[in-house]
Design a protein around this ligand. Structure first.
Ligand code: CTP
Ligand code: CA
Length: 225
């Protein structure tokens, strides 16, 4: 695919992309978070817009400039992300879950700042599970033929874990990144393999996040009717 003037192969399509990482508040000044920069999700949003799609970008705590030509929705927590995804996915042709969603959140939110006590050990933080948004939207597609894409970062047995996760989540495509010392988090470049529910396996060589984004949209476009 020649870069420069992209094929408008997503014209007339509505795509929803989530980006960044959720933050789960403990008290008014603290949260449980993760290292997702949002760069991969923003690259997905930009490239889809360049290919003619109407794009809803649901962004969780990404410190990045607003991309031009996309509808931006900002959220903080996994619950807020879920509500925004369910709302936007209603008429979406594709939903791409690039955001890092916290698996757990503090069971209790302290409305006042948690203070330390002299001569007392800190209390453990109780956690409860967050909803699995990807599994939920994969199980109940908002419209027939909607394509759902997940992302996974794995440290070992990348392909085996990726295959199992794809099946468990019920999505159409799963982008699997190998994470290590200098890979993925906050980096400009990425290496991945995209697994398809149809058994396909598309390796994406180490390169800019835009290139991975273009491959994801190629695979999505091929699956849209
Ligand atoms: N995801 C989600 N809701 C969650 C957790 C994850 O929608 N509560 C989505 C992520 O956006 C991502 C995909 O699921 O697209 C895979 O996330 P990952 O953390 O790799 O999957 P988990 O099932 O949480 O597995 P693990 O125990 O390895 O964290
Ligand atoms: Ca997880």
């Amino acid at each position: 695919l020649a870069r420069g003037v992209p094929e408008p192969d997503l014209a007339g399509r509505h795509v929803v992309v989530t980006a960044g990482g959720t933050r789960e508040p403990l008290d008014p000044v603290r949260f449980l978070g993760n290292r997702s920069s949002g760069k991969q999700g923003y690259a997905l949003a930009r490239t889809a817009a360049a290919r003619g799609a109407r794009v809803t970008l649901i962004s969780a705590n990404a410190a990045l400039p607003d991309p031009a030509g996309v509808d931006l929705v900002t959220v903080g927590t996994a619950e807020e992300l879920r509500a925004a995804v369910l709302k936007a996915a209603g008429d979406a042709d594709a939903v791409v879950m690039a955001a890092a969603v916290a698996d757990f959140r503090p069971a209790v939110y302290a409305t006042g700042k948690i203070k330390k006590q002299d001569d007392q050990e800190p209390a453990p933080i109780a956690l409860v599970r967050n909803p699995d948004i990807l599994a939920e939207i994969s199980a109940r597609r908002a419209r027939p033929g909607q394509i759902v894409v997940g992302f996974a970062a794995e440290t070992d047995d990348v392909l085996a874990h990726g295959r199992a996760k794809l099946r468990r989540k019920g999505c159409d495509l799963l982008v699997v990144n190998e994470v290590g010392e200098r890979k993925t988090f906050g980096a400009e470049e990425n290496e991945a393999v995209v697994l398809g529910a149809d058994g396909s396996e598309t390796p994406v060589p180490y390169g800019p996040k835009e290139a991975l984004a273009e491959t994801v949209w190629d695979l999505v476009a091929a699956r849209l009717d």
